[in-house]
Design a protein around this ligand. Structure first.
Ligand code: EPU
Length: 417
């Protein structure tokens, strides 16, 4: 298995370009199923999760060509099933449920199991579909969804769910009448999906607020769309500047998607200059310990919690970090401790006492953002850090070692057997 080797201690300087957003691209790819024909997506990152979604769409009969851009032809879908083998490697596969039910009125999708960051049920996706008139049964580990017709409904979510909002927004585009999603997710990825569906002919308003209204139409047509920049990748590179006391210009991003992240990093002692689509991030070398709670957008994202914790490991005092979205998203804690961090877990909170320095060691992580936090810690640690199991990083960070090398990091990939 491949690993990343990092020789830490160098301040990073230069420009880092941001790739297209994984989580936006995955939803857009699922959405191509709603309208049969050729769709074109630009700025799709080259990532393992994207390849998994391509494999899933191909399994269903779509034809995918991924060169400079991604063309997906969904004109000949002949299999309405998302098999266990693909869903178990990527939970986002459940996002094909809404589009398939919308267009074909039936679908069979493997139930995702537990995951490294929490139980992550899909009960709210299924309850919402039932409210649209879809019959749901569980059969040998699969969700079997069937409907004669889909009827618009008022759907209040008990909890904010990103892919749940996306799945139901997609299903409702072809329902009869009006659907109102209340307590909807406001993430930029949801907004991008709404824009794409509108290009296909859907009638949607309110995206970006907690109430999304969808007026069903009879049919959608294929469309083109450019994937929004990855705010989590951008945020990870902002922290890279802070943790190394460096100076990075993060380019091709949407600074307004990073307000909460920049706000917290400023309190932690970093400075930012925003100009158009780039952010100049400067780490002063003095890291202030501050408290953090994760929230749905526009709050501080759970997908940046692990990276922020890496920074707090080197803070000047004590930081209390509370994870409010997932119940088990602290898999990075024991690994950060192997690098010399002082962290105590207390339920959904971590108490991080800043230390003077971290020291390199072999580490590994069981999820994507946890792995990113180990890379960041490794960039700041004295000596050599080996990050193992980097297939997690390859799921969500395009060319991470190339981008970091280009700004002065000593980091390289070693191929395993
Ligand atoms: N939840 C339920 N029932 C549901 C759906 C969600 O109880 O039916 C709970 C979850 O267990 C969790 C909370 O609601 O406690 C929020 O989960 P959400 O549904 O919003 O998460 P998701 O849609 O499965 C997406 C991203 C995640 C990101 C979260 C939160 C995609 C493909 N994934 O997941 O991204 O952490 O939203 O922002 O969009 C990552 O990129 O590393 C990643 C994990």
């Amino acid at each position: 298995m491949d690993k990343l080797v990092i020789e830490g201690g160098l301040p990073l300087e230069g420009e880092v370009p941001v790739s297209g957003a994984k989580n936006a691209a995955l939803a857009l790819m699922a959405a191509t199923l709603i309208a049969g024909g050729k769709h074109r997506l630009d700025h799709v990152p080259r990532l393992r999760d994207i390849r998994t979604m391509e494999l899933l769409l191909e399994h269903m009969g779509a034809v995918c060509h991924h060169n400079d851009h991604l063309v997906i032809d969904t004109g000949n879908i002949h299999c309405l099933e998302a098999p266990y083998d693909l869903v178990k490697t990527m939970r986002a596969s459940v996002m094909v449920l809404g589009p398939m039910v919308a267009r074909f009125r039936r679908a069979r999708v493997s139930l995702p199991g537990g995951c490294a960051i929490g139980a992550r049920p899909i009960n709210l996706h299924l309850k919402g579909l039932e409210q649209l008139g879809v019959g749901i049964e569980l059969d040998h580990g699969y969700v079997v969804a069937k409907a004669d017709r889909l009827r618009g409904a008022v759907i209040p979510f008990d909890q904010v769910t990103v892919t749940g909002t996306e799945n139901l927004m997609m299903a409702a585009t072809l329902a009869e009448g009006v659907t109102v999603l209340r307590n909807a997710a406001r993430e930029p990825e949801v907004v991008a999906l709404a824009e794409y569906l509108r290009r296909m002919g859907a009638q949607i308003r309110g995206e970006g607020t907690s109430e999304i209204v969808i007026e069903g139409v009879k049919e959608l047509v294929p469309a083109s769309f450019r994937v929004i920049p990855d705010r989590i990748e951008a945020g990870t590179y902002l922290v890279a500047a802070g943790i190394t006391g460096g100076n990075l210009k993060v380019t091709g991003c949407r600074p307004e998607h990073l307000d909460a992240v920049m706000g917290k990093l400023e309190l932690a002692g970093m400075t930012f200059q925003v100009s158009g689509d780039s952010i100049q991030a400067t780490g002063t070398g003095q890291i202030r310990s501050i408290n953090l709670k994760t929230w749905p957008f526009p709050g501080f994202p759970t997908d940046m919690q692990a990276q922020f914790m890496a920074l707090m490991c080197l803070g000047n005092g004590v930081s209390l970090i509370t994870e409010q979205i997932f119940e088990n998203r602290f898999m990075h804690v024991l690994e950060l401790k192997r690098l010399g961090a002082d962290i105590e877990l207390d339920g959904r909170s971590a108490v991080v006492k800043g230390v003077r320095g971290l020291s390199g060691a072999p580490v590994m992580a069981t999820d994507l953002r946890a792995s990113a936090s180990l890379v960041l810690a490794g960039l700041a640690a004295e000596g050599i850090t080996e990050v193992n199991r980097i297939y997690h990083l390859d799921r969500g960070y395009e060319a991470i070692e190339k981008k970091l090398s280009a700004v002065g990091a000593r980091i390289w990939r070693e191929r395993g057997v």
